[in-house]
Design a binder for this molecule. Structure first.
Ligand code: 5AD
Ligand code: SF4
Length: 487
């Protein structure tokens, strides 16, 4: 997408256009001028580093940031301590993510003192919290640019503002109904890509800060989504991950409403696209229609990430999740009947306010009944501004820690059993890259999201091949190419 526009044709001496994305193209061309003159002064090309905290949504946003930085002349991505432009795309779902950002900023300050032209930018969910911005304004004056989750599309414009003003630039929007299409973006992988289908969340789970920092639910139009995927496929992509906080409520607020299942049917038709993944699904909105589409589809991977959060119906109610333990278990049964080889993964929070030993045992019970392929386990983190933060009976830290360890042990034991059942079978995998530890091996991902390492070279990267799984190693496999594999 980034190569389609000839930035040299943009008249940067004139006024900035009002309409998007043309306005941003203008600022990209303008920023490029500043960066080129800096590079000439230093006698070398400038570099950048984008650090992503948090979820897949942030990872996708970071690709957009990297795309813009490359276009304005930061030619190469490098390590943080060497880069001329450093940006942190932050997360605030749990407190420890915030603590890490402050810690790393201290280090960046020391680096910047040796390198005055260095730019430091912060964006993402944490910046949507007013207390955070106050703290940064007071104690982290060396930061150049701060923006939030709603105006990421304005990155180039904000960089120009910073170049022109020589002072810290802050631009945070409370919410937006705007979706800007056709911005440049850089992809981490040539053969797979995340695709946003919606932004924001309307659920207000009582522990969660996301609805406050990501705003209300907004769906992209199906035409824009299909067009983006078609152009990705033309560019070599074979697998897409459809992204949204709650993909099951996709399309409800469109002018012409469309369900998520209907959107999937449209995407399935795209020729050349081989695999479709999506996340995250909220159990309360997972429809029978979606299960049907998954069962019929040749392209949707047999993997469902279905966060349960707690196995206690009493706690689920306090969490405002709007389903019960029984409803969740029935849903799992229904999905397994329709898609027998489905891999199920989940998120679980331990130590939500008021969680008793009995409540926790209900969670353990669900874990034993469902036998998840894997589960992400989190210690409850109190987020200021959420209803749960002011609930009585916060659970003592030592009790939470003991429960968390018990849960993790159970989850891991089950997961390693469940994940081993494919030993001795042949599976279709998408080869994602050369193995990190042994360069004679490549690493491929199966439809169910498990990894397999097997002998092979870089010519296999980005290809779908059949692999024999010779040995289960708990959470991954060792294997070799099946005899008559087809590319
Ligand atoms: N504390 C702990 N975990 C949380 N999550 C969201 N908010 C909190 C919180 N305050 C977890 C949920 C969600 C995942 C992305 O993060 O399990 O599904
Ligand atoms: Fe947070 Fe609940 Fe929305 Fe997920 S569905 S982002 S947990 S409020």
């Amino acid at each position: 997408m980034k190569n389609k526009i000839d930035f040299t044709q943009i008249d940067i001496a004139g006024e900035a256009p009002i309409a998007e994305p043309q306005r941003q193209y203008y600022f990209i061309a303008k920023a490029k001028e500043y960066v080129e003159s800096q590079a000439a002064e230093l006698g070398r090309p400038l570099t950048f580093c984008v650090t992503t905290f948090g979820c897949q949504m942030n990872a996708r946003d970071s690709e957009k940031l990297a795309g813009i930085l490359e276009l304005i002349g930061y030619t190469e991505e490098t390590e943080e301590d060497k880069a001329d432009f450093v940006i942190y795309n932050t997360c605030t779902v749990r407190e420890n993510a915030n603590t890490r950002v402050y810690g790393r900023l201290g280090q960046l300050n020391r680096i910047k003192q040796q390198k005055k032209h260095m730019m430091i930018a912060l964006c993402g969910c944490m910046m949507q919290e007013p207390e955070v911005v106050e703290k940064l304004k007071k104690s982290y004056r060396f930061v150049d640019l701060i923006f939030g989750t709603h105006n990421i599309f304005k990155f180039a414009e904000l960089i120009v503002t910073r170049f022109q003003s020589e002072r810290m630039v802050i631009d945070i929007w409370k919410d937006t109904d705007k979706i800007v299409e056709d911005l440049p973006s850089e992809r981490k992988y040539t053969f797979k890509s995340g695709v946003n289908i919606m932004f924001g969340c309307n659920n207000f789970c009582s522990y969660c800060i996301v609805p406050y920092v990501r705003g209300r639910e907004r769906s992209r139009s199906p035409r824009d989504i299909v067009r983006e995927i078609e152009s990705l496929v033309a560019d070599g992509v074979v697998e897409v991950m459809l992204l949204g906080q709650n993909v099951n409520s996709y399309g409800k607020n469109l002018d012409e409403p469309l369900t998520f299942a209907e959107l999937l049917r449209e995407i399935e038709k795209i020729e050349g696209l081989e695999r479709i993944r999506f996340m995250t699904s909220h159990p309360k909105d997972l429809s029978g229609e979606l299960i049907e589409v998954m069962a019929e589809s040749k392209k949707i991977c047999p993997h469902l990430h279905l966060p349960i959060q707690s196995g206690s119906s009493r706690i689920l109610q306090k969490m405002n999740r709007r389903y019960t333990k029984e409803h969740y278990l029935e849903l799992v049964d229904k999905i397994r009947r329709a898609v027998p080889d489905i891999s199920l993964t989940t998120d679980i929070i331990v130590g939500f306010p008021g969680e008793t030993e009995e409540d926790f045992e209900e969670t353990m019970d669900v874990v034993r009944k469902v036998r998840f392929d894997s589960a992400f386990t989190f210690i409850y983190s109190k987020r200021t501004g959420t209803p749960a933060a002011v609930m009585d009976e916060q659970v003592p830290a030592d009790v939470i820690k003991t429960r968390f360890d018990r849960l993790l042990k159970e989850v891991q034991a089950i997961s390693s059993e469940v994940c081993s059942v494919h030993e001795g079978t042949v599976q279709r995998v998408l080869v994602e890259g050369i193995n990190d530890h042994d360069s004679s091996l490549v690493t491929g991902r199966m439809g169910n999201n498990l990894l397999v390492h097997f002998p092979g070279g870089k010519e296999l990267v980005g290809r779908l091949v059949d692999v024999y799984l010779s040995e289960a190693k708990g959470f991954y496999y060792m294997g070799h190419l099946a005899e008559n594999y087809q590319s």
